[in-house]
Design a protein around this ligand. Structure first.
Ligand code: FMN
Length: 181
């Protein structure tokens, strides 16, 4: 099974999620390439494509959105898994329902969209970013859940091997919003 993991990251924490995801999938027997969205010329050689993006001000980063547009028709013919990395403290509430992720899911016919908590390190932020973070009162820290990330990678491999395309039985466009979690 050939897998592409491609993610858009501004400060590197989503890239590290991609690395962990790829390691988990390799551990379960997949052959995995990790490439930045703007460096991918074609996706036809892959059985599975995992596309992720950090979320900034409720939006996916441009390179991930453009990747989905550029490869939309090829992606529709393969197993596509999406993830957003962003919320730094959910407090049990849903904080990230990026409409970009919903749009990309529709466009690519993705099997699933997951949201993983991210990381906020004020030391690497620009002045404008620090102001936004202060304004919304977002807490600093590394909230990434490595176990959940690894388990998701393992599950994608297992599902693909079993030939199960639609996780949770979601196949229709209208029901796809239900898979966002
Ligand atoms: C200026 C700014 C705006 C952000 N906006 C959101 C947001 O709207 N929703 C969200 O879930 N996370 C938001 N975050 C959190 C980031 O998505 C999180 O820090 C993520 O892990 C960053 O990934 P990266 O290091 O790959 O760029 C924001 C962070 C910053 C600094």
């Amino acid at each position: 099974m050939k897998v592409l993991v491609s993610v858009a990251s501004r400060h590197g924490s989503t890239e590290e999620i991609a690395t962990a995801l790829a390691a988990a999938m390799r551990h379960h027997g997949a052959q995995v390439d990790v490439s930045a969205p703007e460096q991918v010329d074609e996706v036809d050689v892959y059985d599975v494509v995992v596309l992720g993006s950090a979320v900034y001000r409720s939006r996916w980063l441009r390179s991930a959105r453009e990747f989905a547009e550029r490869h939309a028709s090829a992606l529709r013919g393969r197993d596509v898994y999406l993830f957003s990395s962003g919320p730094v403290a959910t407090g049990g509430r849903q904080v990230n329902t990026s409409y970009d992720a919903c749009a990309v899911a529709e466009r690519t016919g993705a099997c699933e969209h997951r949201t993983f908590p991210g990381k906020l390190d004020p030391a690497v932020l620009g002045t404008g970013e620090r102001m936004v973070v202060k304004m919304v009162g977002a807490p600093s820290g590394d909230f990434r859940d490595w176990d959940a990330i690894g388990a998701w990678g393992a599950r994608i491999v297992a599902r693909t091997e079993a030939g199960e395309r639609d996780l949770d039985g979601v196949g229709s466009t209208s029901s796809r919003r239900g898979m966002h979690r």
